[in-house]
Design a protein around this ligand. Structure first.
Ligand SMILES: Nc1nc2c(c(=O)[nH]1)N[C@H]1C(S)=C(S)[C@@H](COP(=O)(O)O)O[C@H]1N2
Ligand SMILES: [Mo]
Length: 439
């Protein structure tokens, strides 16, 4: 990856030059090698076809590492400005970028280091003047609201809210499920200003039949088919009526960046980020669980009972994920740092717990044999992550790992090893570890 002046960039061509196996993995969705063809017939080929606008009959003959010419010509170099440092790029079409752990150190995540998760294409921004939000379905009075009306006719709240991808931590699962191999950084905690979804639903008037929402955005499906949605999830009415679930009009006091849903998005903190529809245009109130893309099959669903790693799970044995679970990140020092042996230094980070909150955090520098208590700050508001700190000292020179383990208000803490495998790799809250060398 080229890095200049805090810009991270990676073109498809460069990617193939560097590492054609990884490039194949990115482009075709799965690893190169003898089984590539199998994957090409499946999801990989479908998404390739979507990008090319057609199928590829001779795909089986394509030499490894060859860039489809159409792609080589059309895939622009993807560039993302950040004055704070580089993000980790998992994919450039759709755009998926992760925040490295040390950039989670800001208590309020700056917009330019907030992870990005797109399922479809990045849309051309719709102007605030043209934008409308429709509220319909199981309501007494359907609404069509303009941006100005949201700005002027409703109360506004400003909250620091955790937004975490349900697949954050997926990279730790074995076998690796399909999807972006997020490590720890598909989480952000920006300051969002907007209107409570509950206020809007109350204005529309919920019918007694209302049980769930369905969310719609204006980002195009990767296929370009205007009748298909990139993603459309929703949540139970109780979650949508929580006063912390908002339609955000500002991120850190500014217009939302296009990557984060300009001009308005839902933030439903503590649940899989996919509930937080970006580029929001419509909330449909439903009398049953929503069935949009991302609600059914294996997507954002977990097995009702533990399953063997790699198992195929029948769709009817899966249920929709609700709250995410207790987790923490070590944001300082940066992994790989050298520290002086025998002298205390600060280890710190952030911790969060979905709908719950963090009551304790411990760190270990001896692979979990002993743990020392860190201080945990209270959240500035519910659903914000919480800062923790500890003074640590490493007795002798050599290689160490720092591990962090948070505990929530219900007494649940993070496992040292990866928790229950599931087909799409959600809810991995194993302890974050970094390595440091004492010199
Ligand atoms: N319209 C739309 N909304 C979306 C998505 C999307 O692809 N399209 N991705 C979802 C997912 S999976 C996540 S994790 C969050 C990520 O929000 P961010 O990109 O602002 O970090 O947005 C959600 N909202
Ligand atoms: Mo996500």
């Amino acid at each position: 990856m080229a890095r200049r002046n805090g810009k991270a960039q990676r073109g498809i061509v460069e990617l193939y030059h560097e590492d054609h196996e990884r490039a194949d993995w990115l482009v075709f969705g799965r690893k190169a090698g003898p089984d590539r063809r199998g994957f090409l017939r499946g999801a990989g080929l479908a998404s390739m076809g979507a990008i090319l606008g057609t199928t590829m009959p001779f795909s089986a003959n394509m030499p490894l590492g060859l860039i489809p010419n159409a792609l080589a010509e059309t895939l622009d170099e993807f560039e993302f400005d950040s004055k704070h440092g580089d993000l980790i790029i998992h994919n450039d079409r759709p755009v998926n970028m992760e925040t490295p752990a040390h950039l989670l150190d800001h208590d309020v995540t700056p917009a330019d280091v907030h992870f990005i998760r797109n399922n479809g294409a990045m849309p051309m921004p719709m102007s605030k003047a043209d934008w409308r939000l429709t509220i319909d379905g199981e309501v007494n009075e359907p609404l069509e609201l303009s941006f100005d009306e949201l700005m002027n006719d409703f109360d506004h709240v400003t909250l620091r809210l955790q937004l975490e991808c349900g697949g954050n931590g997926r990279a730790g699962f074995n076998p690796l499920p399909r999807g972006n191999p997020w490590m720890i950084g598909a989480i952000g905690n920006s300051e969002w200003t907007g209107v409570r979804v509950s206020d809007i639903l109350r204005r529309a008037g919920l019918k007694p039949s209302a049980v769930y929402t369905g969310h719609y955005g204006y980002d195009p499906h990767l296929s370009g088919d205007p009748d298909r949605q990139a993603i459309s999830r929703g949540g139970p009415i109780a979650k949508m009526m929580d006063p912390h679930t908002i339609i955000a009009l500002k991120m850190n006091g500014e217009d939302l960046p296009i990557a984060h849903g300009y001009p308005a998005r839902i933030v439903a903190p503590g649940w899989a980020g996919s509930v937080s529809q970006k580029w929001l245009t419509r909330i449909e109130v439903l009398d049953r669980e929503h069935t949009g893309p991302g609600m059914t099959g294996l997507s954002y669903r977990v097995p009702r009972h533990p399953v063997e790693p790699g198992a195929e799970v029948a769709h009817e044995d899966m249920e929709v994920m609700t709250s995410l679970i207790v987790k923490s990140a070590i944001t300082h020092p940066m992994a790989g740092t050298e520290v002086p042996a025998g002298r205390p230094f600060e280890v710190r980070g952030q911790a969060w717990a979905g709908d719950d909150w963090v009551t304790g955090l411990e760190v270990s520098v001896d692979f979990g044999a002993t743990w020392q208590t860190a201080t945990v700050e209270p959240a500035p508001n519910r659903y914000s992550w919480q800062r923790w700190r500890a003074q640590v000292s490493l007795p002798l020179t050599g290689y160490y790992e720092v591990w962090a383990r948070a505990t929530d208000n219900r007494g649940r803490s993070q496992p040292a090893v990866v928790p229950g495998w599931n087909p799409r790799g959600y809810l991995n809250n194993a302890c974050h570890r970094i390595h440091v060398t004492a010199v």
